[in-house]
Design a protein around this ligand. Structure first.
Ligand code: FAD
Length: 446
């Protein structure tokens, strides 16, 4: 049975490891589970990028954080994503942020998004992280003529207002470079990719080297406040914590704590990986070096060429966790790939997997704390499927918000920090609405 945050009571340590290409090419260090009661000033729940980054920030500030995760390193999105390093998070482009909050706010948000990529690169270098980081072009491709115009206009605006450089590509440019069908032009920007599971493993190594205590196979079953401490129960121990950082993101169980219940919508994204492309397939398609792509559909397809010449192709997953590995899901995604690249029809799929991304109601992630005189409870979530660089930045910001000395570095007027995640209205009907949206996309976004 696959984990489903809206069905299962919690992530069980006995669930099988994800069957990803990443897990088949890298083994992470394992950490003990928590067996004895423990007291701490800072407890982090969730050991993906957000939680591990918060642990690094707290440990760098001289604190001794404790982190627990229900399963192993990379059980959540950190071990399942595509490895695209993007400047951005949530579902709002800078132009949309500018239209809603004004230019200064948009510039502040750009600072956070670019800061996330900068933080990632800085830590890779500072802590000598081996994560197969490779730079290469990133193409945003329009799936219809209207989107091509929109992409070009947005790119011009990004350049004028925010100094973001990009190359505008016509339909002919795209077809000249790649044998991709059904695209109407696009833009090319600088991009980068990495091995996401190695990144999680390296964050964990760094956090422990700095003095953080990590426990995996240790699910938090309940979280309650008793006068001046939070009490978290696990199957084998009780933790008393002054401050709690919730970093379980889309994998947060449906009823966990009032601060996060119904605040985000876990939605599945799926990925498959092919055998390495032959020289002939590389020549025909133009997929001949590390590069990454995303299209403009609401149900986006994203793909990249891996360092060993395989194609990684992703898109929306099944509505329910129990259907995530169905053959029909694999076939739907494979068909989308061959529609774009007819020359790859017949190439073998070697890996297929799915993961839950955390969608916020207003498309904006939040890094929020509820500060009380005797300790704080905070969370960072709602990245809407864009968190390889941003989650670690958010984890750092969450930790900084808990530290007196870190608060001054943050512009708390930005929408990321100003308010809590809005609650989903009619939360029980979220999946029904999602099914409807997928039906619409099937017709409108062919
Ligand atoms: C298929 C897919 C492709 C993606 N591709 C990209 C991409 O290419 N680029 C990009 O920028 N983003 C991508 N993303 C999104 C990105 O991976 C996430 O935003 C990011 O990894 C979130 O990190 P996190 O640490 O917040 O959450 P996670 O990595 O999901 O970690 C949450 C952790 O919390 C633990 N947990 C849950 N409940 C409990 C509990 N009760 N007690 C203890 N622990 C608990 C889980 O075991 C899990 O390890 C993708 C996501 C998916 C699913």
């Amino acid at each position: 049975m696959n984990y489903d945050p809206l069905v299962s009571s919690h992530v069980s340590p006995s669930l099988p490891m994800p069957s990803t290409y990443w897990h088949s090419t890298h083994s992470c260090k394992s950490y003990p589970s928590l067996s004895d009661d423990i007291k701490t000033d800072y407890l982090i729940i969730g050991g993906g990028y957000t939680g591990l980054s918060a642990a690094i920030t707290l440990a760098e500030a001289g604190k001794s954080p404790v982190l627990i995760d229900a399963h192993s390193i990379g059980f959540g999105c950190a071990g399942r994503n595509g490895g695209f390093v993007l400047s951005g998070s949530g579902r709002m482009a800078l132009s949309a942020i500018e239209a809603k909050w004004g230019k200064e706010t948009a510039k502040g948000m750009q600072g956070e998004f670019d800061g996330a990529v900068h933080l990632l690169k800085k830590r890779i270098s500072q802590y000598d992280m081996q994560v197969d980081f490779c730079e290469g072009p990133y193409y945003k491709l329009a799936h219809n003529a209207k989107q091509a115009t929109h992409l070009h206009n947005a790119a011009r605006k990004q350049k004028n207002l925010f100094g973001v450089h990009s190359n505008l590509l016509s339909q002919n440019d795209v077809e000249g470079n790649f044998a991709i069908k059904n695209t109407f032009g696009g833009v090319q920007v600088d991009g980068a990719c990495l091995h996401p599971l190695k990144l999680a493993d390296e964050y964990a190594r760094t956090a422990t080297t700095l003095g953080a205590l990590l426990y995996y196979d240790t699910p938090a079953l309940s979280l309650n406040k008793h006068t001046d401490t939070y009490t978290v129960t696990t199957p084998t121990a009780t933790i008393h914590a002054k401050n709690v950082l919730i970093a379980s993101n889309a994998y947060t169980p449906k009823q966990f704590h009032v601060a996060v219940d119904n605040k985000q919508f876990p939605v599945q994204s799926s990925i498959f990986v092919t055998t390495p492309l032959t020289t002939q397939q590389r020549d025909i398609t133009g997929l001949n070096k590390p590069m990454s792509f995303m299209d403009t559909r609401m149900m986006k397809y994203y793909y990249r060429v891996l360092p060993d010449g395989r194609l990684l192709f992703g898109g929306r997953g099944a509505v329910l966790g129990k259907h995530s590995d169905n053959d029909s899901e694999k076939a739907r995604l494979y068909k989308a790939m061959t529609k774009s690249f007819p020359a790859l029809d017949g190439i073998a799929m070697t890996h297929f997997w799915s993961g839950w991304v955390s969608v916020s109601f207003d498309d904006m992630p939040r890094i929020f704390i509820d500060a009380e005189p005797n300790g704080s409870l905070g969370y960072a979530m709602g990245y809407c499927g864009s968190g390889v660089s941003f989650a670690a930045h958010a984890g750092m910001r969450l930790a900084q918000r808990m530290l007196d000395e870190g608060k001054n570095e943050i512009d708390l007027s930005l929408p990321l920090y100003q308010s809590a995640l809005p609650t989903f209205p009619f939360a029980t009907f979220r999946r029904m609405a999602l099914r409807g949206l997928y039906q619409w996309a099937k017709v409108a976004e062919r």
